[in-house]
Every structure is written in C-alpha cells, then in structure tokens.
Design a protein around this ligand. Structure first.
Ligand SMILES: NC(=O)C1=CN([C@@H]2O[C@H](COP(=O)(O)OP(=O)(O)OC[C@H]3O[C@@H](n4cnc5c(N)ncnc54)[C@H](O)[C@@H]3O)[C@@H](O)[C@H]2O)[C@@H](O)CC1
Ligand SMILES: Nc1ncnc2c1ncn2[C@@H]1O[C@H](COP(=O)(O)OP(=O)(O)O)[C@@H](O)[C@H]1O
Ligand SMILES: [K+]
Length: 502
C-alpha cells in the first residue's frame, strides 16, 4: 500500500532522507526535478512555447531546476519567478542563479509585471507546493487568474499551486491553478484524491523520487492508496477438489417494478465474481425477467408483485446484499428492519436500502456489525442528514460514522474510499469516468456480496471488489471507449480483470 501523509510528515521524511542517504537537500531537489522533467520530455513538443512560473520556495526551486533540464534538451522556455518580496529559499536561490547563467529569468513583483500568456503554449506551474499555508492573494492570485484564463495546458509540480494538501474548505477557488496534470512527489496527496480537486487536477501522476524507504515504513498513517500489488495478493486460490459449496451462497435482495435491470446487473456481477450459488429475492413481477436474463441464479419470489416486502427463513446460510433497485416503499422499509433483526452477519447495503436507513435513526443502530455500505456522495449526505461542504469534511464524517456503527463504508467516486471502523481509509486506484452510468453501482454490490459469500473478510471483500470493479471498467473503456461502455460490459470484463491480477 502506498501511504498518504500530511505536510509535516512529508517534511520529516524529506529531512530523514537527506540524513540517511548522505545527500544534501539540493541533491534531493535535483532528483525530484529530473524525475518530473523526464516525464515532461516524453510528451512535450520542443517547438511549443513553454512558460515556467516559479515561486520563491522549494516548489519554485523545483520548477527552476526543471526549466534548466528542459533548456538543456533544447526546449523553448520563458521563465518567470513571482517574487513580490524577493525572499528565496536557499535551494531556490541556487537554482535561480544556475538558470540565470543560461537564460533570461524575469521577476514578477507586481501586477504590471505579469506577461501576456499567448494561446497554444504550455505552462509549468511551480509557484507553491506543499508549503502553502494560506489562500493566495495579491500578485500570486493575479498570476493564477491570468494562467487559468489563458486556457492553456498547465502541468503542476507537486500540487496545483494554491491548493492545500488536505482541506480546502477555507480556500479561495479562484486562487488555485487548474492543472491538466499534477506530477506529485512520491505520495498521492489527500486533496488530489477527493472530489474537491475535480477542477484543479485532471490527472495525478505520482513520481517516485527515492525518499528513504525506512523512514516511510516507520511513519504511521491511517490513509492508504491501493496499488495493483496489493490487490494481487487478495484473490483466494481455488482448490482442485472444490465444489460449488466451497464458494458460498449469496442472496441478493433487489429490484422493484421498472427497476429490475438493477437486479439483473447485480446478479450477473455476483456470478462473474465467483460465487458458488446465487439466490435472487425479487418482487413477483421480476421472476420471469431474472429467470430469463440470469439462468444461473435461483429466484425467490416475494409475495408482492411490485416490491420486496419480506425474506424467508434460513437466511443465515447466505451472504446478503440488499439495495439495487428496491425503491423505498413502506413494505420494503419493514423488510429492512426485519432483516436487521434476523440477520446479524456482515452484509452489503446499497442504493435505496441506504435511502431507507437515512430517514430512520433506529435502523442505523441495527445495521449488522462489520457490514459494508456503498453510498455515492449524495446517498452518504442523505445518511448524514445534511450536505458536506467538501470531500474532506465528508471523509471525516464517514470516519465517525464507520466507527460509531462498526461498519465499513465504500464512499464511491473517482477514487472510491474504503473507510474502516478504525477510521483507516483505503483509496482505490482503478476506474474511469466511463463508469459514470446508472447501473455501475449495482455491479459493485453484486461483486462485493459475491466475495463475502466466498468467505473474504469484509475489508478484503471491499478492497478487492472495488479494485476489480474499477479494473473491469478500465478494460471495458479500453475496448469500447468511456462513452460507449455500459455497466453490462464491465461485468463481461470481470474475468479479464481477475486474470490481470495474476
Ligand atoms: N516532497 C519532497 O520530498 C520534496 C519536495 N520538494 C518541493 O518542496 C515543496 C515545498 O517547498 P516549501 O516548503 O519551500 O514550500 P512552497 O514552495 O510550497 O512555498 C514556499 C513558501 O511560501 C510561503 N507561503 C505559503 N503560502 C503562501 C501564500 N499564500 N502567499 C505567499 N506565500 C506563501 C511559505 O512560507 C512557504 O514556505 C514541495 O511542494 C516540492 O515541490 C522538492 O524540492 C524536493 C523533495
Ligand atoms: N469518474 C469516475 N472514475 C472512476 N470511477 C467512477 C467514476 N464515476 C463513477 N465511478 C464508479 O462507478 C460507480 C457508480 O456507482 P453509483 O453512483 O452507485 O451508480 P448507480 O447507482 O447508477 O449504479 C461507483 O463504483 C464509482 O466509483
Ligand atoms: K505547484
């Protein structure tokens, strides 16, 4: 797992690296800058006009070193340092003096020094990184405004300048660079993984700069980024003599009149994820649909034609998933309450089941311990009874909720976050905007329920389920495009996603 750290931890690890590797801070700056420059060189066009904007701290130092490396590769550069008070960090000053020997470096001290930024050029942004300690104002704000208004592609070093590494609730949205790509050093930064960064970081690339592994190992955190190597370890190998009983029984309670598609998608996804036996509990109107669309599943008909209202006995034999397409009818509310009384094992709770819980405090109390709930941000805010100001606040609330009710929360989004009862957070690294189509969530519910039935621990079921779901989405997008892919296609790629983990 890649660890995610706060600013003081990053500073500590930088310092440790310098000591343990017997290098100077300027060596580390050079290493970091070279790593970013190498990535830039791969896709920048040497004939294109490149404008570099540096600050006076170490982020500025990085930008100036990057400029020097690009110049040595014959890129056309114009370099500006925004320095209203001309106070440079030591390492920034060294890089400024090196660069001044090679090219003209202009200082921007006040608004009138800001250059006109032509169309069709590239901007390299090294104004501020992790050292930002207040929202931008004055000439810094003006420079960012001009860069954003130019609509050129901006590549940011470490952070989009003006953006805090963690919470941006008190930030000025006008004072943050809108970056095409952010090359962030060694660790993903929390704010770049939250929806808060949607306008400021189209793509995050983590650049390894060789910080001391021992320091990283020793530094504790509750935030992690899931990598392929983490997911690869999770699938339980299949024994030669295994049979359908080995891979468990899942019961999905899903569907209502007009929403049987959600039941079909979750059923197919559950089967493709490897469950031994699947039973679908659906309203009577859905029986023929399920039997035809998913012949591998057994179907239990509810007594009501259009909604689910009760589940049978002997439910302890199953891993249960509830929610896709069930609606919020009163009969279905009774079912959920009854289910929570009868069934005390971890289950997967999604969609309308969460909307039902949202309006009823006593239901929250009854959620079986270690269950996995899978809200998207709107469902989560409904559960909380109010909208969060940003993704950071939502994450804090999710930690409190998971802890209070002893459950796992999969907070879905671009980097879905899995939050544990101990308030640890695991961010997923797979998935793409092609998955933003109704039905993708139903697929995920089927997948995680399948893994629970196969005796995966709830945390592993959530991590593997979310990772595979995103990977299946990535494979589907590769073949069908983000626009053209459907949740049904993702289901067809679950097998290939498993294979890719081998
Ligand atoms: N993470 C790492 O391992 C490494 C980090 N390096 C770079 O160092 C950066 C951090 O450098 P610094 O700590 O010098 O900080 P920055 O360069 O981000 O900021 C410089 C200084 O500006 C001041 N400042 C903060 N907010 C301001 C505002 N709104 N208006 C005006 N001034 C403001 C602060 O005093 C701050 O220290 C990282 O983002 C990264 O680019 C690299 O040089 C080397 C390795
Ligand atoms: N931009 C994105 N990048 C990665 N994954 C995404 C993106 N948009 C949506 N997803 C994933 O698609 C799924 C959508 O779920 P949800 O909103 O519940 O859809 P529905 O209720 O329509 O089935 C989630 O797992 C989410 O993480
Ligand atoms: K920056």
């Amino acid at each position: 797992m890649v660890k995610i750290f706060n600013v003081s931890q990053i500073k500590k690890i930088d310092g440790c690296t310098v000591i343990n590797q017997g290098i100077t801070s300027i060596d580390l700056m050079e290493r970091a800058s070279l790593a970013v420059a190498e990535k830039l060189i791969r896709f920048l066009d040497p004939d294109q006009c490149i404008l570099v904007f540096a600050g006076t701290g170490n982020n500025g130092g990085d930008a100036l070193a990057i400029a020097r490396i690009l110049l040595s590769r014959h890129f056309k550069l114009y370099v500006y340092i925004v320095a209203p008070d001309e106070l440079f960090s030591d390492d920034c000053l060294v890089n400024k003096e090196c660069l001044e020997r090679l090219t003209d470096v202009k200082l921007i001290k006040e608004n009138q020094d800001i250059p006109h930024i032509p169309e069709d050029c590239i901007v390299i942004d090294g104004l501020f990184g992790s050292g930002l300690n207040r929202p931008l104002e004055g000439v810094y704000l003006d420079v960012v405004t001009v860069i954003n208004a130019s609509h050129n592609k901006v590549y940011s070093v470490d952070m989009p300048s003006g953006m805090f590494v963690e919470d941006n609730a008190s930030n000025n949205p006008e004072g943050i660079i809108k970056a095409e790509k952010v090359f962030t050093f060694q660790f993903p930064k929390l704010s770049l993984l939250l929806p808060d960064s949607a306008n400021y970081c189209k793509k995050m690339t983590v650049v390894n700069i060789g910080l001391c592994e021992k320091c990283i190992k020793e530094e504790e955190t509750d935030l992690f980024f899931i990598e392929k190597s983490d997911a690869t370890q999770l699938p339980i190998p299949r024994d030669n003599f295994s049979h359908k009983g080995t891979f468990g029984k899942a019961l999905l309670i899903a569907g209502s009149y007009g929403k049987m598609g959600a039941a079909v998608l979750s059923a197919r996804a559950c089967l493709r994820t490897g469950v031994g036996l699947l039973t679908m509990h659906v309203p009577r109107c859905g029986v023929d649909i399920l039997q035809t669309a998913v012949p591998e599943a057994m179907v239990q008909a509810d007594e009501f034609p259009e909604n689910v209202s009760s589940v049978g006995d002997n439910i302890d034999q199953f891993a249960i998933g509830i929610g896709p397409g069930i609606g919020t009818d009163d009969k279905t509310k009774d079912l959920l309450s009854d289910l929570f009384d009868k069934y005390r094992k971890p289950m997967v709770i999604d969609a309308d089941a969460l909307n039902i819980i949202a309006g009823d405090e006593s239901l929250k109390e009854k959620i079986p311990s270690k269950s996995i709930i899978t809200p998207h941000p709107v469902e989560f805010d409904r559960l909380m009874g109010g909208v969060s100001i940003n993704g950071y606040e939502r994450l804090q609330k999710a930690g409190e909720f998971a802890n209070r009710y002893d459950i796992y929360i999969v907070l879905k989004g671009a980097y879905s976050a899995i939050i544990t009862p101990e308030r640890k957070v695991y961010f997923n690294s797979t998935g793409n905007p092609g998955m933003a189509t109704g039905g993708s969530g139903d697929v995920l519910t089927g997948m995680i329920t399948s893994l629970l039935a196969q005796k995966y621990l709830p945390l592993n079921a959530a991590i593997l389920g979310v990772y595979l779901h995103g990977l299946a989405g990535d494979l589907a997008a590769k073949s069908k495009s983000q626009q053209g892919m459907l949740p049904s296609d993702m289901i067809e790629y679950i097998g290939k996603a498993y294979r890719a983990l081998k």
